[in-house]
Design a protein around this ligand. Structure first.
Ligand code: NAX
Length: 329
């Protein structure tokens, strides 16, 4: 094969999202048809057998682009040489669990994994955090990895972004490909602010095609609560669409975002964009160029967008306070 192999580590590999994600990465969707992939799967001991079964299915698929699959229950080994790390495995919210309990449980996962990435991954490692609460888990992992630039720890906001595109396309009778410049500001939670202010549909401003009442009463709440809607209808949480989001975010990071468009990226804020303070991981409009994300600056922020951004800053600062008080930062 033309290129040297890349190493991809996936945590929670035996879970629902992992099951959709692995096969597409193995098939070359992120790195292209000329780059072989070595997969390193991280699971917890009770799920090792399930992970072995997935590895057997990967072998059975005989993908040209898949060289090796290894399974680990030790994060230091799993992240060895990783060029791309997809942090999917997380502690789900259980009945009676408060938000602080959830954060504490996940801090116990994402802190050590951040350190393991710091100590073992390749110098160019790119990290996509999918496991919830994704933005704050990314912050915890970044904080535990002092040798890796913070902006390499991204949170997956891509599913929110594609949910927003899909809702707008259905409303105006357009195709997904006609829609450009959508953004979902803030947190991957019900606080998020899906925003069509800059979006175009076949070159026309989206805001001229929909009215404000649809945006406030249907579009924004529906996008923000789409995960709950899927659970209600499907009886299980979003898995293949989440895998598609993780693939799209990774692929754009590696191959670049298309010219003339931007996407939503959950990026570590350095305090210089849109009044978002330093030190939280925030959904911004972004482009990927030469293997790095850049926030798209200079968009005109309306009063409504300002309020949406501010509400998300507040929510993420509250999450940061919780993890700080728990000693996780
Ligand atoms: P599953 O419960 O099906 O799978 C999670 C897997 O992670 C399990 O196999 C479990 O054994 C493993 N795991 C748990 N702790 C681990 C650890 N310390 N190291 C390695 N593996 C570990 O969940 P799934 O449906 O795959 O969802 C995974 C995560 O994605 C959840 O936190 C979920 O909330 C989150 N999501 C994030 C989305 C986003 O847009 N950012 C959308 C979809 C999804 O809700």
């Amino acid at each position: 094969m033309a290129n040297a192999p890349v190493t991809v580590t996936i945590t929670g590999a035996a879970g629902n999202i992992g099951y959709s994600l692995l096969f597409r990465i193995a098939e070359g969707t992120v790195f292209g048809p000329d780059t072989p992939v070595n997969l390193r799967l991280l699971e917890i001991p009770p799920a090792m057998n399930a992970a072995k079964g997935v590895a057997m299915e990967l072998a059975d698929s005989a993908f040209d682009t898949l060289y090796d699959v290894d399974i680990f229950d030790d994060a230091n080994k799993a992240f060895e040489g990783a060029n791309l790390a997809l942090l999917v495995g997380a502690m789900p919210r259980k009945k009676g669990m408060e938000r602080a309990d959830l954060m504490e449980a996940n801090g116990g996962i994402f802190g050590p994994q951040g350190k393991a990435i710091n100590d073992n991954a390749a110098d160019d490692v790119k990290i996509v955090v999918v496991g919830n609460p994704a933005n704050t888990n990314a912050l915890i992992a970044a904080n535990a990895a002092p040798d890796i630039p913070n902006e390499r720890f991204t949170a997956m906001m891509r599913l929110d972004h594609t949910r927003a595109i899909s809702q707008l396309a259905a409303k105006v009778g357009a195709r997904n490909e006609d829609i450009r410049k959508m953004v979902v500001w803030g947190n991957h939670s019900a606080d998020q602010y899906p925003d069509v202010s800059y979006a175009t549909v076949g070159g026309k401003p989206a805001a001229s095609l929909v009215d404000e009442s649809w945006l406030s009463d249907e579009f924004r709440p529906r996008v923000a609560k789409r995960g709950a809607e899927i659970i209600e209808v499907r009886g299980a949480s979003s898995a293949a669409s989440a895998a598609s989001g993780a693939i799209a975010q990774s692929r754009d990071w590696v191959q670049g975002t298309p010219e003339g468009d931007f996407t939503t990226i959950g990026l570590y804020s350095d305090g210089s964009h849109y009044g978002v303070p330093e030190g939280i991981v925030f959904g911004f409009p972004g482009v990927a160029k030469n293997g790095a994300w850049e926030v798209v600056d200079g968009l005109k922020v309306s009063a409504a967008t300002r309020a949406g951004i501010d509400a998300n800053v507040k929510a993420l600062l509250e999450e940061r306070e919780i993890i700080t008080s728990l000693g996780l930062l």
